[in-house]
Each structure stands twice: as C-alpha cells, then as structure tokens.
Design a protein around this ligand. Structure first.
Ligand SMILES: Nc1ncnc2c1ncn2[C@@H]1O[C@H](COP(=O)(O)OP(=O)(O)OP(=O)(O)O)[C@@H](O)[C@H]1O
Ligand SMILES: [Mg+2]
Length: 365
C-alpha cells in the first residue's frame, strides 16, 4: 500500500516537474523574445537619435547659411545705398561742372577780346588828349567825374584779375569733372595726388575760417609716386569719406572749444603719401580731432555703424571704403586712434592691379 502511494506521489512529482520545466522553457522563450525586442527597440531608438542629431546639425547649418545670406543681403543693401549716394554725388558734381563750364568758357573766351577793345579805346582817348589837350568844359568835367587817369590804370588790371578769376573757375570745373570720373569704371593708372587735391577742392568750404573757428590747416607731404593703377572714381570716394570724417571729428572737437583755445591748439589734417617697397603705395590721412573711443573701434568698418546724429551720418562711409580698398584693390585699410588726440587712417594699395594683366592676357589670346 505504501509502495503504491509512493509511486503515485512520484508520478505526481514528475508531472509537476514536467509542467514546471515547460513553464521554465516558455519563460525562457519569452525572456529571449523580450531581449530581442529590447535590442530592436534600442537599435531603433539609436537610429532615431542619430537621425535627430543629423537633422539638428542640418538645421544648424541651414540657420548658419540663412544668417550668412542675411549678412550678405545686409551688406549688399548697404553697398547699394552708398554707391547710390556716391553716384548721385558724382552725377551732381559732373552736372554742375558741365553747367558752369559753358558760361565760364563764354567769359573766358571773350576776355581777351574785351581786353583788346579796352586797350584800343584807351589808346584812342590818349590820342584825343594828345591832339586836343584843351577840350570843352563838359568833357573836362566828365573826365574828372570818371577819374580818367585812374580808369586808364585800373581798367586793364581789372580785366587781368578777371582773367585770373575765370582761370581759377576753369580749374575748379576741371577738378569737379575729374573728381566725378563717371566715365571711368575701369582700372586706369592715375596720379593719386590729383584725386586727393580734387577731393580737397570739393571740401574747401569746410576748411575755411569761420566766426567760430580759424581755418583748418591741411599739411601735405606727398612722396614721389608714379601713376597708380586703380578705379580712380572709387578711390576718390575713399578719400572723400576719410577726409569728410576727419572734418566731422574736428568740427565736433571744436564745438566744445573757444576760438582762442582752437587758435592756441589749431586743427589740422595731414596727408602723407609714399611708396612702400616699390610695389605698394601708402596714403595716410590724419586729424587731431576727437579720436575714436576704444570701445567702438572694432565697429568702424561695420555697415550702418555711426555715432553721428540721425540725418547726418548713414554709417556707410567706412564700410564701403573698406570694401573698395580691400576687395576692389586688394589693399589694406587700417587706422590708429587715440581718444582726445586724433585719428590716422592708412590706405595701402598695390601700384598695379592684377586685373590689368588679365585684360592684357585675354587681349593677347
Ligand atoms: N577721423 C575720425 N575721427 C573720429 N571718429 C571717426 C573718424 N572716422 C570715422 N569715425 C567714426 O566712425 C563712424 C563711422 O564712420 P562712417 O564714415 O562709416 O559713417 P558716418 O561718417 O557716421 O556716416 P556716413 O556714412 O555719412 O559717412 C563715425 O560715425 C565716427 O564715429
Ligand atoms: Mg563718414
């Protein structure tokens, strides 16, 4: 009986054992399945993370590209405004020069005739006087009224000084036409000094003495330069921008000083030119105006940066000048400034532009 019971128990145990093994096997399978699921999900997750990282990098690249495009659009807009401004100035200058040229040529052309006629008339009067030393009283009175002796001496002098004056106007007209150089968009070998002098001529009215301040001295120290290959009209714009800024700085400085203080420590602009190692020229323009505070020195060449009141400055002069010197001429534009003492801008450009070689080469081809 005991044996029978034992064998039944063993059978039960074996059955339970089988069931448990099966359960274990199933659990094992489920565990494997779960592990494989986790691996797949982990793989998928990594893939998603990787894709997200990639798209984030792409987004960063795109936003960088957009920023660059925005920057260049900003620059382009700035250049357009400035070149529009300068070309308007050039056109206006050329227009005025043209309009003045005709009447002045009239006067200048007729001055030699009027001088000859006056000379002839005076000779005739002298002849009359010689042969009729005692004219009637009416003529004698008239002679006294018009002060004939003085008139005889002065008439030719007046005409000569009118000739000098019209010659000066003709020179100014020529300078204005040279300054605008609207016809010259190509590289040309020019006398840099002529460009600087023409620019100074246009700014002449700002150098003159006024009731608030004495004349601003311009000290020129021109080196022996051979003609420089450049875009002459654009280089003149750079001279114009730098000189106009120097004058603004001097005016700003002088606005805080009395006439006597300015007289004791006069305002000046120096212009030095020199050849550097036979391939480059250096043009330095300095003033003893306000100077540029250190905190803003890094912004000077940025488009639209200005410290001037609204309506006075656009903040484009230096940005465009920098572009003309560095990009158009392959040169350098730098400055040194001490607040309260003054500023010096230094332009360096090659004597020859590579573009002229390519023009020659392509012509030869
Ligand atoms: N010689 C100088 N002395 C003192 N500050 C200067 C001088 N040159 C330039 N600056 C400073 O640099 C700034 C930028 O000059 P920039 O010529 O580009 O613009 P702007 O003169 O203000 O306006 P605009 O576009 O009409 O010339 C000026 O506002 C001024 O603060
Ligand atoms: Mg300026």
């Amino acid at each position: 009986m005991d044996n029978q019971n034992n064998s039944i128990q063993i059978q039960d145990l074996e059955k339970t054992n089988r069931i448990l093994r099966k359960k274990l096997e199933r659990c094992e399978n489920e565990r494997r399945q779960l592990e494989s699921d986790i691996a797949t999900k982990e793989f998928l997750l990594k893939k998603v993370i990787c894709e997200l990282e990639n798209s984030q990098t792409n987004l960063q690249q795109r936003s960088q590209e957009l920023e660059n495009t925005l920057d260049s659009l900003h620059q382009m807009q700035a250049q357009m405004i400035q070149s529009e401004k300068m070309s308007a100035l050039g056109q206006m200058v050329a227009g005025i020069a043209h309009e003045i040229n005709n009447p002045v040529s009239f006067i200048y052309g007729n001055l030699s005739h009027i001088r000859e006629y006056t000379y002839d008339l005076l000779r005739l009067v002298q002849l009359y006087h010689h042969y009729f030393p005692n004219p009637p009283a009416e003529i004698q009175t008239e002679r006294q009224i018009i002060d004939l002796e003085f008139l005889e001496q002065d008439a030719i002098l007046v005409l000569d000084s009118m000739k000098i004056g019209t010659e000066r106007i003709r020179e100014i007209v020529l300078s204005l036409r040279n300054f605008s150089r609207l016809d010259e968009s190509e590289v040309k070998a020019v006398d840099i000094h002529e460009g600087i002098d023409n620019t100074l001529m246009i700014l002449q009215h700002r150098l003159k003495a006024s009731d608030k301040s004495p004349e601003i001295q311009v000290i020129k120290d021109y080196g022996n330069l051979s003609p420089v290959e450049c875009y002459a009209g654009q280089l003149n714009q750079v001279f114009m921008n730098i000189l106009a800024n120097a004058l603004d700085a001097l005016e700003e400085f002088n606005a805080k000083r009395t006439y006597q203080e300015i007289q004791a420590n006069p305002s000046w602009i120096t212009i030095q030119t020199a050849v550097v190692d036979s391939e480059w020229v250096r043009i330095a323009i300095a003033d003893n105006g306000t100077g540029i505070p250190e905190s803003i020195q890094t912004n000077i060449f940025n488009p639209f940066f200005t410290t001037k009141p609204v309506g006075k400055g656009t903040g484009m002069g230096m940005a465009i000048s920098y572009q003309i010197i560095t990009e158009k001429h392959g040169g350098k534009l730098e400055f040194i400034s001490t607040p309260g003492k003054g500023t010096e801008f230094v332009i360096q450009i090659p004597l020859q532009q590579p573009i002229s070689c390519s023009i020659v080469l392509s012509a030869e081809c």
